[in-house]
Every structure is written in C-alpha cells, then in structure tokens.
Design a binder for this molecule. Structure first.
Ligand code: ZN
Length: 153
C-alpha cells in the first residue's frame, strides 16, 4: 500500500485515471445524496472505461460508480483484463475533490473481477485523511473476503 499527500506525486497513468474519474463524476445522477462519484479503469489494451453513481427514488437500487464502470467493462470487453481503477468524488462546488473510498460491496465486486482475471487490479482513491491511497490489489483492501472457495462446502 502506498500513500501520497498530493495527487501530483502519483505516476502519470494513475493521475490520468483520477482525472478521468473526476470527469465521470460530472455525469453522476445523485439528486438524493448530492454525492457525485466517478470511477475510471484502464484495460490491458489501454482502453479507459468510466462510470458514475446512479441513484434511484427507491434508495436500495442505487449503484456506485465503480460497479457501473466494472460492469460496463465486462459487458463491452469481457476478454480484457483490468489493470487499475481510480475513484473520485466531487465536493459540493463540483470543482474540488473530496475523499471517497470504495464501499464494501464494490470491493467485493472488484475482488470477483480480480479473481476471475488472475491478475491484481490496482486501486487509487482519496482517503478520509486526504492522502491518496494506491492499493496494489483489491485483495489488499478487502481482508477476510468471501469468495468462490467459500462455496465449496
Ligand atoms: Zn460502492
């Protein structure tokens, strides 16, 4: 796990993905929470897929930005591996970023992707202490996870 005080300290690809996730957050549909989140992931061929959170008047049906991006990638490019995923959220002024670490549900979904492709997915996100987190894999941010192995009972 790596931590950075400023976005500029991250590698170029990570910074670019954060930039794309910030752009994606502008497409969030968040009339209820007003919390606009974007996610951007890069595939092994360099393609970038983005997603933004999508809310619903029936609250449990809301979908996080990360899962929108992941499911889009799986639908459009099922054979390509995901190398890295970034998440960012807008402050209410829609200019600056605020912290947004992935929820447990998204980490669980990310782990399924990581397990399926047999290759780690790096995750970039802004922690509540305002430090950028660069996780080397989904497994590193989801200890004691539930997986296919647990279904072999
Ligand atoms: Zn989530």
């Amino acid at each position: 796990m790596e931590y950075f005080n400023h976005l500029e300290e991250l590698d170029a690809e990570s910074k670019y993905l954060v930039h794309k996730s910030k752009e994606a957050a502008a497409h969030a549909y968040a009339p209820y929470s007003k919390f606009c989140v974007g996610s951007a992931l890069i595939l092994e061929d360099g393609s970038i897929i983005t997603g933004a959170n999508q809310e619903n008047a029936s609250y449990p049906l809301c979908m996080c930005a990360e899962r929108v991006a992941l499911y889009t990638a799986a639908s459009l490019h099922p054979e390509k591996k995901i190398l890295k995923l970034a998440i960012s959220a807008h402050k209410k002024n829609h200019k600056d970023l605020t912290s947004a670490t992935s929820c447990g549900a998204c980490r669980q979904v990310m782990l399924e992707f990581e397990t399926r492709q047999k290759k780690p997915i790096e995750v970039i996100m802004l922690g509540s202490d305002k430090k950028w987190i660069k996780a080397p894999s989904v497994a590193s941010i989801l200890p004691f996870s539930f997986s296919k192995v647990d279904l072999d009972f």
